[in-house]
Write a protein that binds this ligand. Sequence first.
Ligand code: AMP
Length: 414
Amino acid sequence: MNKKTLRDVDLKGKRVVMRVDFNVPIKEGSIKDDTRIKGALPSIRHVLDNGGSLVLMSHLGRPKGKGYEAEFSLKPVAEYLANLLGRPVVFAPDCANADADVAALQPGGIVMLENTRFYKAEDGKVKPAEGMSDEELKAKKAELKAKREELAKKLASYGDIYCNDAFGTAHRAHASTAVICKFVKESVAGFLMEKEIEYLGNAVEKPTRPFVAILGGAKVSDKLAVVKNLLDKVDTLIIGGGMAYTFLKAQGHDVGNSLCEQDQLDYARDMIEKAKANGKQFLLPVDNVAADKFDAEANTQIVGNDIPAGWMALDIGPKTTELYAAAIKGAKTVVWNGPMGCFEMKKFAGGTTGVCQAVAESGAVSIIGGGDSVSAVNKSGLADKMTHISTGGGASLEFLEGKELPGVAALSDK
Ligand code: AMP
């Protein structure tokens, strides 16, 4: 990686402002999944063990940005972290007014700031209100941008070094994820961030071949840029999930009531042709699990690529699963984003489970790109067979699109 990391800076006696991703599920004050908190521990421990102190900040959920909202408070997370580390974590209840707590920090000490998204200035986004003129919108945008800079400057003032270990929000140019870098001398990546970028970056830019990418999920339009970017790099592209039916329709099939984006048919056709012209294998379903309604108890039948009228395809069929598994078997690098069907319902989970098993058994370097594919892998109990499971759905998708992530771009170069 061409960006500085925590290993490249002297931490002794330094205060590190660290952006972590502690956006964890909390129910009635108790943390339901601590994966993200544990994911940040190597960076946290490294700073503390090397004589530094820490100011931690994160967002949690999607508060309105108008101040404190109890359900989005990070207080339970601060308490949980203190237990995990076996040392006190001072909780600062207002992220932009924490000077006293920060000034009292000693080497080895930790202050955790309240949710940065209690300030609208964190994302600095403007939603155009009804009846707002272009001029008014422009003025509002400028106002919020200035506030975002102000908040970033305040957060930067808490430390000597900024560290970003929150890959999950690296695709956002927020005050705490990117803008802050303008106001600190050194901005470095944490270890989790470094790991994400190295795994995803190596898989996409320097894959051991054959390189197979598997794309699924609901919408083609969400993954247009990913298909386009990966098509140049892979040997085989496998398409499943709801997005497959736009491709099948583009080939002249009847797709019944399956998901289909009419406005993407030309694009789908272009992609199929581009793959052919470049000698890439482009795999689409050959059979499907069709349902008479979108329901866990629906009647189902296995059909070919013409879905009967009134039916909808909710999973790839057994022959397709076999075909995809065979392609995955020969792979040396696999990147997977998006389920092959509506895996949340048992009747439509077969394709996703089959693909998951094939990836696990392939022996390939396997990168699971966040979001629903991660839930599917966890559900199948095969998570420990994967090389890397990304912690950031949106961020990993933008990475696979070939986009530069603002939270990474803003870090100091090596
Ligand atoms: P995404 O967020 O785009 O990765 O989409 C994930 C969602 O796509 C999951 O909730 C799946 O249930 C859904 N999905 C997958 N296959 C299909 C399908 N054939 N029809 C409708 N939805 C699907």
